[in-house]
Design a protein around this ligand. Sequence first.
Ligand SMILES: [Zn+2]
Length: 87
Amino acid sequence: MNEKTVAGLQCSEVLALLSEYLDHELDSAMVERVEGHLLGCPNCERFGRSFGSMVVSLRRDSIASESVDSELVMRLLTQIDRLTTEA
Ligand SMILES: [Zn+2]
């Protein structure tokens, strides 16, 4: 992926901040920069959207327990792996 700088953030910085962004752990100034980058960078926008919806569905499935997360992630990755190898 080509590293771009949009809204003062590099792609790698945005990706590193993405989970905190989704957890609403960033201050508003940082949220604006991340969102500014996502608006100006199709790569991160696309990745952020699929990553975001994955995190949201994982959260919904594992409200009761935090330890389930990694298990669900593994299951998801296995499914993705299977889908991509069958295709
Ligand atoms: Zn980017």
